[in-house]
Design a protein around this ligand. Structure first.
Ligand code: DSN
Length: 437
């Protein structure tokens, strides 16, 4: 059995048996299953150590050099280090590392750039977008006027021509580029041209692909965009958190913010604190700094490139076994199984795969006829299995496991048999952050 990251005799095991036991079980689960959730990953032991460090104890409301608490000389250096590493990695003029996660980062963008009621365009949620890009049930869809854009019926890829027509007609003040279930490269140059034509801010949400960008496996939006937001825990393998990159100056200051005495960078900072958040989580910022140093290495570059190679290999292996994929394949780390013609829903298949040790999530597909609570899709991603050291040759075996469950979805013996085979398969690989694995 794999060792837990909190060995017997640890402070946690003595202080709280119930949490300790749950942690041990989670370690065992992560050690013996295939983590194919596209937004999950394994942070390194160094990132986990910083996350669990005494930096969690420090209050530091404000920004380096201008805090509302004393005793911040050290965490000022820490935050500056994270900011400088981030700016260097992405080539941005300004960075804010305080957002608690991706949605708060996006909320700060709305606060900094728009007024309630202003018009935004984002990729529709069922076509691969994110809740905060203007979807109806989210604050971005209720407090702002949202005009979603979509994908082409045939290619299932973003229809840039239609997007341009809609933008010219609707004149949004902000256009989002990014998503959570879009398996193709985003054309930031095309989006920048459209945004310029209609005098809209262009904001990229790179939560899913930030690690790929750093690795050179996806274009970097920073040169094309006013603002870029991200989480820090997906392909970039940091702690659970978020960050914002931006230009210093606002190219539309005179048009949209003529009375503001603050430039774009300052407005972003003020939106994060004090407008939306209180004290930054300094332990998370410490762990982010560590992850950014890891991401700057040649081995991370190879890792990011391998994520995409693995996704392409998994796509081919699944297609060879008769699966349909949204857009017919992938350019990044995401694959979406299109299950519209299958007897069961995405949720039903995802539950059955989980019983067999294959952890995924159900997801809408373009033109999905099923309810969003069950959907006709399953999203798969390769960042976590790539972190375990898997390569193209392992993707065929993963596709074979998936195909077996799909062929016998309601046979508990098949679930158990695949579950054991998956555990055995995983045991040949190291899991970052799980010592002794
Ligand atoms: N929850 C994230 C994902 O799974 O893609 C998006 O916020």
């Amino acid at each position: 059995m794999a060792k837990s990251s909190a060995p017997t005799g640890s402070a946690l095991s003595r202080a709280d048996r119930r949490v300790y036991e749950l942690l041990k079980r989670q370690v065992q689960q992560e050690r013996t299953t295939l983590k194919l959730i596209a937004s999950e990953n394994f942070a390194s032991s160094a990132v986990l150590e910083a996350t669990g460090s005494i930096f969690t104890n420090k209050y530091a409301e404000g920004y380096p050099g201008a805090r509302y608490y004393e005793g911040n000389e050290i965490v000022d250096q820490l935050e500056n280090l994270a900011v400088e590493r981030l700016k260097a990695l992405f080539g941005s003029e300004h960075a804010n590392v305080q957002p608690y996660s991706g949605s708060p980062a996006n909320q700060a963008v709305y606060r900094a750039l728009l007024r309630p009621g202003d018009k935004v365009m984002g990729l529709a949620l069922p076509e691969g977008g994110h809740l905060t890009h203007g979807w109806g049930v989210n604050f971005s869809g209720t407090d702002y006027q949202s005009v979603p854009y979509g994908v082409h019926e045939k290619t299932q890829q973003i229809d840039y021509d239609r997007l341009r027509d809609t933008a010219k007609r609707e004149r949004p003040k902000l256009i989002w580029v990014g998503g959570t279930a879009y398996p193709r490269i985003f054309d930031y140059t095309a989006m920048a041209e459209i945004a310029l034509e209609v005098e809209a801010y262009l904001v990229a949400d790179i939560a899913h692909i930030s690690g790929l960008i750093v690795a050179g496996a996806h274009p970097n939006p920073v040169p094309c965009c006013d603002v870029v937001t991200s989480t820090s825990h997906k392909s970039i393998r940091g702690p659970r958190g978020g960050f914002i990159l931006s230009n210093k100056e606002d190219r539309y200051q005179a048009l949209y913010h003529p009375k503001s005495k603050h430039n774009l960078a300052r407005r972003i900072d003020r939106a994060v604190f004090p407008q939306l958040q209180g004290g930054p989580h300094m332990n998370t910022i410490a762990a982010l700094a560590v992850a950014l140093q890891e991401a700057a290495t040649p081995s991370f570059r190879a890792y990011g490139q391998q994520i995409v190679k693995n996704a392409k290999a998994l796509a081919q292996a699944l297609q060879d076994r008769g699966f349909d994929l949204v857009t017919g394949g992938t350019d990044n780390h995401i694959l979406i199984l299109d299950l519209r013609d299958r007897p069961l829903s995405g949720k039903a298949y995802a539950e059955r795969m989980a019983k067999a040790g294959i952890i995924t999530n159900f997801n809408m597909v373009p033109g999905d006829p099923r309810d969003p609570a069950v959907t006709s899709g399953i999203r798969l991603g390769t960042p976590a299995v790539t972190s375990m050291g898997m390569r193209e040759e392992q993707m065929d075996q993963i596709a074979a496991f998936i195909a077996t469950v799909f062929t016998h979805p309601d046979d508990p013996d098949v679930h158990s048999c695949v579950r054991r085979a998956v555990a055995d398969f995983c045991s040949s690989f190291q899991v970052p952050g799980i010592p002794g694995s």
